[in-house]
Write a protein that binds this ligand. Structure first.
Ligand SMILES: [Fe+2]
Ligand SMILES: [Fe+2]
Length: 139
């Protein structure tokens, strides 16, 4: 998963978290390619569960602080992904087929979520900033 500006949604801390998630994924992919399937899958799933929960808390905090109207639906998508990854990280060893499925699932979920759901939030933040600026009295 290569980071590129199309994934940027705006707030620096959020974009940095997303880059860290990509980095975790790429380290995992490299470990799989090096044949370290079982141990690296378990380690990756634990790290991914921890870091994505940390990131979701930050993103949802920003949504609450700014009054984002789609926050509840967005948070329920986070919760679904986080609980799936957490569960996978505690179900013991995964064989190669399961690891490949998890790899694809995580890649698709992260890319899709950032490019659609997180982007909407970023665009809403931009619009809100524009609206606030426009609403300011002209002096
Ligand atoms: Fe999100
Ligand atoms: Fe996000």
């Amino acid at each position: 998963m290569d980071w590129n500006p199309a994934y940027a949604i705006g707030p620096e801390a959020i974009d940095a978290d997303h880059q860290r998630l990509f980095q975790l994924f790429n380290q995992f992919t490299a470990a799989i390619a090096a044949g370290e399937t079982r141990e690296s899958a378990n380690r990756f799933l634990r790290e991914l569960a921890d870091y994505s929960e940390y990131h979701f808390r930050r993103e949802e905090g920003l949504m609450r602080a700014t009054g984002y109207p789609d926050a509840a639906r967005h948070a329920s998508m986070h919760a679904g992904f986080a609980s799936f990854v957490r569960k996978q990280s505690t179900t013991g060893d995964h064989d190669l087929e399961e690891v490949q499925f998890l790899q694809n699932y995580v890649e698709m979920w992260l890319c899709g979520h950032i490019l659609v759901m997180d982007k909407w939030f970023g665009e809403w933040l931009d619009g809100r900033a524009g609206k606030n600026a426009a609403a300011e009295p002209i002096s």
